[in-house]
Design a protein around this ligand. Structure first.
Ligand code: HEC
Length: 215
């Protein structure tokens, strides 16, 4: 009985001794004969911002003198109104007044056309007017094709001049035009225009400020 107990204790002690020797070997081989072992690999500090400038990117440049920002803040409906009031010229610049009352000038190609053609103009996710008002769908969209200057003015604004009363430009009288009526009284929907929805006017930057000579 006592022999068995001795054997168990002996085995346990032997095991602990072997364990101690093993850890000593590991410690000494890693840290030598010191008590201040700092041999772990230092943690690399990572910054969230890339610290290397990509080769293709040049250093920040001061704005070029010619690139001075002189566009005018204006409401989209007012800009179209100014264009219509000026007789909806195709290439000639037309005058308009910006949101702060300063005199400005715009052109159809640079400033007006995008309002009919581009998506997400009138509100985020909006489809452009031309998604409905094009030659293929004009029969269903008030006979109106807004895809180009010519199409817009053909048959006084309608592919089929007899489709609906007067031209969409109100013969140059903005607030009598159907363009004015639809833009200021109806909101755009996925199927057309609806008086139940607020109109979608918005302000953006267009045209260019007209230099007024110093008095
Ligand atoms: C989702 C399709 C759709 C979009 C987008 C759309 N329209 Fe229309 N539009 C219609 C339909 C359909 C009609 C014909 C029904 C009517 O006369 O109300 C119409 C009619 C019109 C008319 C004629 C109204 C009249 O009294 O004869 C004008 C002007 C007009 N749209 C301008 C625009 C302009 C400008 C835009 C963009 C800002 C635009 N539409 C975007 C579908 C659309």
């Amino acid at each position: 009985m006592t022999d068995i107990r001795k054997m168990i204790y002996g085995a346990l002690l032997g095991f602990l001794f072997v364990l101690a020797v093993w850890f000593s070997i590991v410690y000494i081989s890693a840290c030598g004969m010191t008590f201040t072992c700092h041999k772990a690999v230092p943690i690399i500090e990572r910054t969230p911002i890339p610290t290397l400038i990509p080769a293709g990117q040049s250093a920040a440049q001061p704005p070029a003198a010619s690139g001075v920002f002189n566009k005018c803040e204006v409401s989209a409906v007012e800009l179209i109104g100014a264009w219509v009031s000026a007789g909806s010229p195709e290439t000639d610049p037309f005058p308009f007044t910006d949101a702060h009352g300063a005199p400005c000038e715009g052109t159809y190609a640079q400033d007006v056309q995008q309002l009919f053609v581009e998506n997400s103009m009138w509100y985020a996710g909006a489809i452009g007017c031309v998604s409905c008002h094009n030659s293929e769908l004009s029969a269903r969209s008030g006979g109106l094709d807004l895809t180009s200057y010519e199409a817009m003015h053909m048959g006084a604004g309608r592919a089929d001049a007899s489709a609906k009363g007067s031209d969409i430009f109100g013969e140059g009288v903005w607030n009598r035009s159907s363009l004015y009526t639809i833009l200021t009284t109806q909101g755009m929907t996925s199927t057309g225009h609806s008086a139940d929805i607020a109109p979608n006017d918005f302000t953006f930057y267009a045209g260019a400020a007209v230099e007024t000579p110093e008095p």
